[in-house]
Design a protein around this ligand. Structure first.
Ligand code: FA5
Length: 353
């Protein structure tokens, strides 16, 4: 009799659970239902506890029935949970979707006025110029190893030239954010292997330094390298003049002076007369009238060796164009930080350029 009553109770419990579950449509309600029936103080636990007074045979039969019921209720709850989650996702998808296969609608005014960032505009123009001169365009990693950024460029550990380019090191102290695109000199030689070859490599570089009107911690350079036979400084200077006249489409005052870079010998600094102040002196040129733009030089034999090229047979030159400063000169921008401001209003001015 007692066993019959208990079985009845379990059936009633299952029926009321099933009825309530049908009305449960949120995760919160489902959690309440679970607590009410399966929680420590829940209805099923109450029934299981009362089994303590039953005979061993009754306990066995009722215990088994109660446990089976527990399994069914748990499974129903999980199934309901999955259903609720699915409905939430479906509702989100229905409310917020984009058909990416649709053809674009007419451009709005603001879209028409937007465009490439000025650094990208000038970078692409330069790439076209270099492609027309037969250069290849290479790319390289922002995260570099010590070898490609310093050692292979004739800047061994403890060399003071490392201080000229302080950067952001990774914890292993073997990897760093590249300080210049000269890393691609080595990577380019490793890839090309057999001179003659010439390539450029534009990209971001990183230095741990304070910013001002002409200095940023993240900026852009375009590296160039030409390796062949019997290349001279005269070739280098002629090349740089041609490049600048292609870029500016007019005569600009330049000056070439000695510059020290461990990876070239001899090395030069090519400065352009400041186009912001016309050479009179301003915050961009630090009142000197000149802006450092295009350091360059004849590739050092050690660098060729590190790139796997025999310096007895081949030589060449390399240069490292400061892209942001070139953009500033080109458009008359008097503070490099504007280029990195993320301001759409600023960038939009160059959209039609
Ligand atoms: C270099 O980075 C050399 N790797 C360039 C080079 C390549 C020399 C090949 C010889 C042969 P430098 O540190 O001077 O050199 O930087 C090159 C150019 O990047 C500068 O002339 C300047 O235009 C630009 N530049 C340097 N530091 C910054 C900075 N903090 N913010 C913006 N532009 C910078």
């Amino acid at each position: 009799m007692r066993e019959k009553n208990m079985i009845e109770k379990l059936k009633e419990l299952e029926a009321s659970f099933t009825a309530l579950l049908e009305e449960t449509d949120t995760e919160a309600k489902l959690a309440d239902l679970k607590a009410r029936f399966l929680g420590k103080k829940g209805e099923l636990s109450g029934i299981l506890k009362s089994l303590g007074q039953a005979s061993p045979e009754e306990r066995k039969t009722l215990g088994q029935a109660a446990n089976e019921l527990k399994g069914r209720l748990s499974a129903s709850i999980e199934e309901a949970r999955a259903g609720i989650e699915r409905k939430v996702i479906d509702a989100k998808l229905a409310a917020d979707w984009t058909d990416i296969t649709l053809l674009g609608s007419r451009r709005t005014k603001s879209v028409r006025e937007s465009g490439l960032h000025p650094v990208s505009i000038v970078q692409r123009e330069l790439e076209d110029i270099f492609l027309s001169m037969g250069f290849d365009i290479l790319d390289g990693p922002h995260i570099e190893d010590d070898f490609h950024n310093f050692t292979a460029l004739n800047i061994p550990d403890t060399h003071p030239a490392r201080d000229m380019q302080d950067t952001f090191w990774f914890k292993d102290m073997k990897h760093l954010l590249r300080t210049h695109t000269s890393t691609i000199q080595i990577r380019g030689m490793e890839e090309k292997k057999h001179p003659p070859f010439k390539f450029v490599a534009p990209g971001k570089v990183f230095r741990c330094e304070a910013t001002d009107a002409s200095h940023e911690a993240v900026f852009h350079q375009m590296e160039g390298m030409l390796i062949g036979k019997d290349i001279t400084v005269a070739n280098l200077i002629y090349f740089e003049k041609t490049l600048l006249s292609e870029i500016f489409k007019r005569d600009v005052e330049i000056r070439l002076r000695p510059g020290f870079f461990p990876f070239v010998e001899p090395g030069f600094e090519l400065d352009i007369q400041c186009l912001i102040c016309g050479g009179k002196g301003c915050k961009v040129c630090k009142n000197t009238g000149w802006v450092e733009l295009l350091p360059c030089g004849m590739t050092h034999p050690n660098v060729l060796r590190h790139g796997g090229i025999d310096p007895e047979e081949y030589n060449g030159f390399a240069f490292g164009l400061g892209l942001d400063r070139l953009v500033m000169m080109r458009y008359g921008i008097n503070d490099i930080r504007l280029l990195h401001s993320g301001s759409i209003d600023f960038s939009r001015q160059f959209a039609a350029c």
